[in-house]
Write a protein of this length. Structure first.
Length: 274
């Protein structure tokens, strides 16, 4: 598939809707999808005819999140650690730095970075079919996408810990709106029409880019930078490497499984080089 096939673009009344379009892979953020999404956001940012953006996806999923095994490769430990930091920080800065109002219209299940990037938009409109999963604790990694700070601001510390902690609560669209993770919830068949209505309202009022919960761009950059280092360190820890190896082996993905196995089994040697 070409870049334009992976992320569809359509504009109406100065609102550009970007639709992630890889349903056979649950709109997961493969290397190709991430590149296509970055390019599509860049075009919308530069387009004088676009004054607001809606980000959504082809049903049934919004996005299964980042395909980690597809974004890593074996290299010197310091290089690998730096690559993970840079990759993670750039992913979220791409949303933080987007210069125009942007609305995430979450049409179905969203997992991991697909959730946290959606909360970096000006607003998050959820379909009743949406669910929001941030399985960081189960994977043995820290929170990312500024969720370590922003989630508590959106919905209070108890609910933030329910999602980010060991419980791994996965709220529905209705539940997410009730606690403040989503800004609103609508019937599934009304999602795109409501997203268009909201975005057109932003255009009419001359709205500029904002961040939820009163955050500033500098603050979000600082949170993202800290989290990215923490994520990279956790990704290179034995528990995470072993878990990834066993998961990928169970899915019969032999090549990626072998990479994580090698990193896990040789950790004592190469970790001294970090």
């Amino acid at each position: 598939m070409t870049s334009s096939d992976l992320v569809l673009s359509a504009s109406t009344r100065q609102v550009t809707t970007l639709t992630m379009n890889l349903p056979k892979r649950l709109n997961g953020w493969t290397v190709e999808m991430l590149a296509a999404l970055r390019d599509a956001l860049g075009r919308a940012a530069r387009d004088d005819g676009t004054r607001a953006v809606v980000l959504t996806a082809t049903d049934p999923y919004y996005s299964a999140g980042v395909n980690l095994s597809g974004t890593l490769g074996l290299s010197h430990p310091r290089t690998l650690h730096r690559r993970i930091v840079e990759h993670n920080e750039a992913l979220f800065n791409g949303f933080i730095d987007f210069p125009k109002p942007i609305l995430a219209a979450v049409n179905g299940p969203a997992i991991g970075a697909a959730v946290t990037t959606a909360t970096l938009c000006d607003a998050l409109l959820a379909s009743e079919r949406a669910t929001f999963s941030t399985p960081f604790a189960r994977l043995g990694v820290p929170a990312e996408g500024c969720s370590s700070v922003q989630f508590a601001r959106f919905m209070g510390e108890p609910n933030a810990q329910r999602m980010l902690g060991a419980e791994g609560w996965i709220p529905t669209g209705t539940e997410a709106a009730a606690v403040g993770l989503a800004t609103a919830v609508v019937p599934h068949d009304q999602l795109l029409a409501e997203a268009q209505r909201i975005a057109e309202g932003w255009v009419e009022e001359g709205r500029t880019r904002t961040y939820r919960a009163g955050a500033t761009i500098d603050e979000l950059h600082a949170i993202n930078a800290r989290e990215s280092v923490e994520v990279a360190t956790a990704f290179l820890s034995p528990p995470f490497l072993e878990a990834q190896y066993r998961f990928l082996r169970s899915r019969k993905k032999r090549g990626p499984a072998a990479m994580f196995f090698a990193l896990w089994r040789t950790h004592r040697v190469w970790s001294k080089l970090l």
